[in-house]
Ligand binder design. Structure first.
Ligand SMILES: Nc1ncnc2c1ncn2[C@@H]1O[C@H](COP(=O)(O)OP(=O)(O)OP(=O)(O)O)[C@@H](O)[C@H]1O
Length: 358
């Protein structure tokens, strides 16, 4: 089902607001600067501990307040759960069912979310880290044990970089390289397996007749193909001692996205890029639902912008077909007309308030 209640306190324009979303389409409309995106931001903070608009919390806290709080009721696999997070300057407290949790990733397991916002084209045009993050969202949810390998890898990578910079012996490097090779290759394998499943889901969604078809996804592993990572790290030592950091490994991987042999970052229009990102994210949702039997909350900020009528309708058809809980924002409800949802709720936002339209 997803989110059944959301309470927002001291988050940007909202001092205290509550909504009770439905399980289907939740359409949030309102004028510019009324607070539509802020509602999605609140859900994202509840689900991940952070905003998708800024890495800093100060601008998100309502002016004059000391901290913000978001709480929610969630139904997962038929069981009710309560989630809550309070964030102030330098201090975060998160709770699940009243119990304080140490790791915010527990929130993400309780409320998996995907958000598509006006800067989402950066998945195609931005730094490879964005595309690694895209793949690793899947690893986090599909293969949690692999995330332990990833933590080991990152710790060993940091130690190796320090050892390179401080001129420690090859024997010291051996230790960290052993850990990096073992855990890095496990991560690499998990990414490849996840990507295979994702491509299958992408082809199924493309078959629904959505405009952006024929995308190719190719994983680049971050070190020379066909060579074992340990050997690469050993060979690179002299050069990397000068550079002071590690040049190869799964932390340098990328996902290459093309259509007709042309990178989507270069050859596609903004509308095509937005559609492509939507398709990729929805393929992730489909893969998640198939693998876990759970559901994802999908948020699309300003759905109508940059999309023509047929693409808008295509996105809504795909969302409806996935049977996930959806939050969409738009200036006007006429921009998102789809009467085929069995459950849908319209919310109108005015600065500081959000109300269902009955
Ligand atoms: N820290 C803050 N404290 C109080 N109000 C804030 C704070 N940060 C932003 N705001 C206000 O919150 C509102 C932000 O709204 P938001 O960006 O969610 O609007 P929106 O409805 O999505 O707009 P648009 O349609 O233009 O994208 C603006 O009115 C802004 O002035």
């Amino acid at each position: 089902m997803g989110l059944t209640r959301l309470d927002i306190f001291n988050l940007r324009v909202f001092e205290k607001s509550r909504i009770q979303p439905c399980a289907g389409l939740n359409l949030i409309v309102g004028k510019n600067a009324s607070g539509k995106t802020t509602v999605l931001e609140a859900i994202h903070i509840l689900a991940t501990g952070r905003s998708f608009r800024t890495p800093r919390i100060e601008p998100v806290i309502r002016r004059g307040a000391r901290d913000l709080m978001v709480t929610g009721r969630v139904v997962r696999h038929g069981l009710p759960m309560s989630l809550g997070i309070r964030k102030g300057m330098g201090k975060t407290t998160a709770r699940i069912n009243g119990r304080t949790i140490r790791n915010q990733s527990e929130l993400a397991r309780g409320l998996p979310v995907q958000v598509i916002h006006p800067d989402s084209h950066e998945l195609l045009t931005g730094h490879p880290a964005q595309r690694r993050g895209f793949l690793d969202w899947g690893i986090f949810h599909h293969s949690p044990a692999t995330m332990v390998h990833w933590q080991h890898y990152q710790r060993a990578l940091m130690q190796r970089n320090q050892a390179l910079r401080s001129g420690l012996s090859d024997r010291d490097l051996d230790i960290w390289e052993g850990v990096m090779a073992q855990s890095g290759e496990a991560m690499d394998q998990a990414r490849r397996t996840y990507l295979d499943g994702l491509i299958c889901e992408l082809r199924i969604l493309e078959g629904e007749g959505f405009a952006e078809e024929g995308m190719t996804l190719t994983y680049r592993q971050g070190w020379r193909e066909g060579v074992d990572l340990r050997g690469v790290l050993q060979t690179a030592r002299p050069r990397e001692r000068i550079m002071g950091y590690t040049l190869s490994g799964p932390h340098r991987a990328d996902l290459l996205l093309h259509r007709d042999g042309v990178p989507l970052a270069e050859g596609a229009s903004r509308g095509q890029q937005k559609s492509a990102v939507l398709l990729l994210r929805l393929a992730q949702v489909a893969a998640f639902q198939k693998a876990t039997g759970g559901t994802v909350v999908v948020m699309v900020d300003d759905l109508p912008s940059e999309l023509d009528d047929s693409r808008r309708q295509g996105v809504l058809n795909l969302l409806r077909g996935l049977a996930c809980q959806v939050f969409v924002t738009a200036i006007d409800s006429h921009q998102v007309t789809d009467h085929h949802w069995s459950e849908w709720t319209l919310f109108r936002v005015r600065p500081g308030t959000i109300d269902p339209v009955v």
